[in-house]
Ligand binder design. Sequence first.
Ligand code: C2O
Ligand code: CU
Ligand code: CU
Length: 456
Amino acid sequence: MKRRTLLQWGATGAVTSAVPHFSLAMSRSPQYDYVLTASEQTLPLVDGGLTPGLAFNGQFPAPVIRAKQGKPLRIHFINKLAQETTIHWHGIRLDNAMDGVPYLTQPPIKPGESFDYEFTCPDAGTFWYHPHMHSIEQLGKGLVGALIVEETEAQNFDREVILGFKDWRLNKDGSFMPLSEPRHAARAGTLGNIATVNGKQLPVIDVPGNASLRLRLLNMDNSRQFAISLGEHQASLLAIDAMPVVPRSLTTQDLAVGMRLDIGITTPAEIGTEIAVYDVKGRFYQKIGSLRVSDVLRNTPPPPPKALPPNPVSEPDLSNAEKLSFVFEWAGAMTPVTSDGHAMNEFWTINRRAWSSMSHKNLPEPLAELQLGKSYIFDLYNATPHGHPIHLHGLIFKVLKSDKKDITPFFTDTILLEKNERAQIALVADNPGQWMYHCHVIEHMKTGLMGYISVS
Ligand code: C2O
Ligand code: CU
Ligand code: CU
């Protein structure tokens, strides 16, 4: 079998092949077939020394997994970590059994064991993958990667540039500082002190001039919320969380934890010109990386980027939708003790319930039970003074409105609720299963802000 394992970060990143894997027990022939291994791996992130990280296939950035819309994909995953794990395919509307949530959709994959994830991606776009166990540590130490689903028809870009954002909490010698501190977990989340794009601090990525580029930005950090701008450079926003939007000029666009943006730009013809990527905080533009024109592709500029083809997401029937409401609240500093004597912080709740640790004994009732095929409107209220990127697995929802900002309705898998914001989203419950519903600030999720929704 031929492996399609072109693993590329940035426009000119290293191209690596994954280890071939041969299996006799194949029921069908996946078009894309990968072997993915998680293991401990020292990573060169700072000058002072190596970081004892965790990595997929021994590398950071992790291999970029590529699939084609509507075509089966198989990932043979091997757990070489010292702890249990599962892998989740963020944003993919897949079969519930492949969603990678321990206890809810599959048993944890024990150290030394493997699991075959096989699914078909109905939607094209920029997605990502990460463990769904021991997440503060496993994601925080490097187990995050891009999953790109290509459109059925090739799009008209000269190049694609993947920009994966992740911060690290490191001492000068490269060792980890504590990844979570309760006082931060109880607020906005514990932030890293070393910011990286594709594993590099402030990278300058070479791109061709007079070229049409598709930028794929991914926020794979545990806690940091970005607001992306390309400064003065003309750019079009093409998709939010893999879901195409009517192209509009990019000003400053939220890229909350877990979210992705597809942006189209045309590069200038002058060699050496830099296009900076900024994270905007109020009036302050912090540069996080840049693109630099290194050669010229053609003599005249290409046509401006066009809209991406829509994904086959069902339009919710608003007039017949059932309304459900979800309140995200601060629960105070209770410290209940688990059966094994561990103190456990529960800071956050959804509809007055906190769910902070997952085990087979600790599976709560779903937050809501939806009827397969029916439309729903969720009323979301963030009753806390902190932002929460609320993410739903397995389903794509439409953001309808908010009491804090003007919304042009758009489809997404994660919505950033600002402090005290109330928003309405709608969806068709068209994918059966138990779907996690949680804040993607990993410490918030781990201290109560998670639950699941059942569709049947
Ligand atoms: Cu990125 Cu539960 O997900
Ligand atoms: Cu997800
Ligand atoms: Cu949160």
